[in-house]
Design a protein around this ligand. Structure first.
Ligand code: UDP
Length: 235
């Protein structure tokens, strides 16, 4: 039996690049869709927030010459492209989905309506939240935390390329060890960057646990929802 009834899965845009240096790798999206289907089949209600960093990041005005807020809107549109790709792959597998966008674009996505999103989840449709929070100066991690709070998710599952939170960067420091569980407070004190501070604070203030885990390992997502000790739990 799954230990969670409703989860919010946060995937970074960059993870969708696979081996490419830009854009989407269909084989990665297809694999992630398969992993998501596995937990939908277990009866878990799944909401997904995907980043946009594989296509556009608005934050580096000095490099692009594009004003921060303007670039941030471009970044939010990028997340919709990723959301549409994920939607297509999920539906190919027979999973019912809805894409809701925080920026209105009715030809491709429903507008974000909280109560409607919850209704879709109750009907076991995967709800993909696109366009971040709809506001510049935020990240999709913050969008993930915000939506998780709004829909009363039991947990945020942050799928990454590493298998949890370490005492130091494991790629640079061979003595780094992994935390199985850690408190919000310890993360802040030790300056472990699980998410940006806005996103992290939202989780902490609303007591939403975060599980950081390796999304690239087969069936890891399923293990997480079955309550196995995978990755790091922040609570
Ligand atoms: N973004 C934004 N507001 C939001 C979410 C995202 O302005 O609520 C913009 C921001 O420019 C960000 C880009 O969209 O750099 C892509 O999102 P993010 O960097 O979070 O993607 P990820 O790192 O997960 O790929």
């Amino acid at each position: 039996m799954p230990v969670f009834k409703r989860v919010l899965l946060k995937l970074s845009g960059e993870s969708l690049m696979g081996q490419n240096s830009f854009g989407l790798d269909p084989s990665v999206i297809s694999k992630y869709a398969q992993e998501i289907k596995t937990i939908v089949d277990l009866g878990v209600e799944v909401a997904v927030v995907i980043g946009g960093g594989n296509i556009y990041r608005g934050m580096n005005e000095s490099e692009t010459g594009i004003e921060r807020a303007h670039g941030d809107y471009m970044g939010m549109l990028a997340t919709v492209i990723n959301g549409m790709a994920m939607q297509a792959m999920l539906e190919k597998l027979g999973v019912y989905t809805r894409l809701q966008s925080a920026i209105k674009m009715e030809q491709v996505a429903e507008p974000y309506i909280r109560r409607r999103a919850i209704r879709h989840l109750e009907k076991h449709r995967v709800v993909i939240f696109g366009a971040g929070t709809g506001n510049p100066y935020f990240t999709t991690d913050t969008a993930g935390s915000l939506r998780a709070v709004e829909i009363n998710a039991d947990v945020i599952l942050k799928g990454t390329r590493v298998d949890g939170i370490y005492t130091a960067d494991p790629e640079k420091d061979p003595t780094a060890t992994k935390y199985e569980t850690i408190t919000y407070k310890e993360c802040l004190e030790k300056n472990l960057r699980v998410m940006d501070l806005t996103a992290f604070t939202l989780c902490m203030e609303n007591n939403i646990p975060i599980i950081v885990f390796d999304m690239n390992k087969n069936e890891n997502l399923k293990r997480v929802v079955m309550g196995e000790k995978v990755g790091t739990l922040v609570k």
